[in-house]
Design a protein around this ligand. Structure first.
Ligand SMILES: *Cc1c(COP(=O)(O)O)cnc(C)c1O
Length: 403
């Protein structure tokens, strides 16, 4: 699966014509992450090609906030969604217009709201308290805040890795409270220019995403009369997943886009002046990133073979299964400079940390390898380094490169 996106030559992983050992020399140290800009560009072109012109494509910065990557993406997507003032700065630094940046998150501080209001970006307000605060901040700064309401819908996305809406959630305002919230906004003189619904993520089932989006559309239509002015932005979230594990199927992009395009038509019929936004994170960058580490020891313990790498969960918490995975399964992994040898062995791949949690692969079959070889972990372009406890045990900070 994931590995198929990359080129191999003489057993070696090549990245745009450069063999992995040469790339490691040019980076200067292991471990490191690399992100392949061609793969990211291809993925974005593919989605844009399949989705109707009714949709704008945004990137959720938290999936991978590497500054060079954000600059690269700023020319390919229509907007950025940020979740902190730090991400806001990255988005603005990239040259993305403030108009096309939105800010979601359940715990925005006054300081962050002040920065967002001054920048002129769209703030997805997630509670009544936040509405009062942003109103006051707007008054103090003498700037009209740009506000969208993040709604917590009354349904969830089935068959998704992460449920972000439905039931009791810290995210957004319960949809049934919309009428009273609109009343408060009116009193405060706040114009609600957008709606945001993010029901779930990491779904590989096109039908589940479509079903959730149909419910979002129905909810919006039902609530239409509460929006006092024309809605400028309808942000439907995203939730497109990528296959991490054996037997995970890739999402069917044809089926998905056909279903979404129908939703887009329905929205356009009801809300002629709205732009419809899909915000994707991992689907845009996840498959284009690889974590590379070096084998520093190979040992046997009571019949089991261990490859000990120079990095582990401190750089790649997700691959260790400790970032919200219920059953620990292996990310796709190869020996990057001896990918497909006939001689194979079953190994456990561990990092240098003194904890059994630091396991990046359990009982995986790989080519027989030696100390000094490179291990590549695929599907690592999203929720990698910045979602990992890099300081844990005090190893050096590692590099990320955009190729
Ligand atoms: C995290 C997040 C995303 C991106 O999720 P992916 O699973 O990476 O696609 C999109 N929207 C919001 C509001 C988020 O919090």
């Amino acid at each position: 699966m994931a590995i198929k996106h990359f080129e191999f030559n003489n057993q070696k992983l090549y990245i745009q014509g450069t063999p992995i050992d040469r790339l490691a020399q040019r980076v200067g140290s292991t471990p490191f992450y690399f992100y392949d800009r061609h793969l990211i560009g291809k993925r974005i072109a593919e989605i844009k090609d399949k989705l109707s012109k009714n949709f704008c494509l945004h990137y959720a910065v938290k999936a991978n906030p590497m500054p060079a990557l954000i600059c690269f993406l700023s020319r390919l997507v229509d907007g950025f969604d940020v979740a902190s003032a730090g991400e806001l700065q990255l988005a603005l630094d990239s040259g993305m217009a403030a108009e096309n940046i939105s800010f979601a998150g359940p715990g925005k501080t006054d300081a962050e709201l002040r920065q967002a209001v001054a920048a002129g970006i769209l703030v997805n307000v997630e509670s009544l308290n936040e509405m009062y605060r942003i109103s006051q901040i707007g008054l103090d700064a003498n700037v009209q805040p740009r506000v969208a309401l993040r709604l917590n819908p009354d349904f969830e996305m089935k068959q998704s890795g992460m449920k972000m809406g439905g039931g009791a959630k810290p995210f957004g305002i319960d949809s049934e409270l919309l009428p009273s919230v609109v009343e408060v906004a009116l009193k405060l003189g706040i114009n609600i220019e957008g709606v945001h619904i993010f029901s779930g993520s990491q779904s590989l089932q096109a039908s589940s995403i479509i079903h959730a989006q149909q419910q979002s559309v129905a909810l919006l239509c039902k609530m239409k009369r509460y929006f006092t002015s024309d809605l400028k932005t309808i942000n439907l979230g995203g939730g497109f997943g990528i296959p991490y594990f054996e037997n995970d199927m890739e999402i069917d992009l044809d089926e998905l886009s056909a279903g979404l395009n129908e939703c887009g038509e329905k929205i356009k019929n009801e809300f002629q002046n709205s732009k419809i936004v899909l915000e994707l994170g991992r689907f845009l960058v996840g498959e284009a990133g690889v974590y590379i580490a070096k084998v520093i020891d190979k040992k046997k313990s009571r019949g089991k073979t261990f490859l000990v790498l120079d990095g582990g969960m401190n750089h790649h918490l997700a691959a260790s299964g400790n970032l919200g995975q219920v059953i620990k399964r292996n990310f796709p992994v190869v020996i990057a400079n001896k990918a497909f040898l006939k001689e194979k062995e079953i190994v456990s791949i561990v990092g240098p940390l003194c904890t059994p949690l630091d396991t990046l692969g359990s009982d995986v079959e790989v080519s027989v390898c030696e100390i000094g070889d490179y291990v590549a972990i695929f599907q690592s372009g999203a929720y990698g380094l910045t979602a990992s406890p890099q300081d844990f045990l005090g190893h050096p900070i590692i590099k990320e490169v955009l190729i």
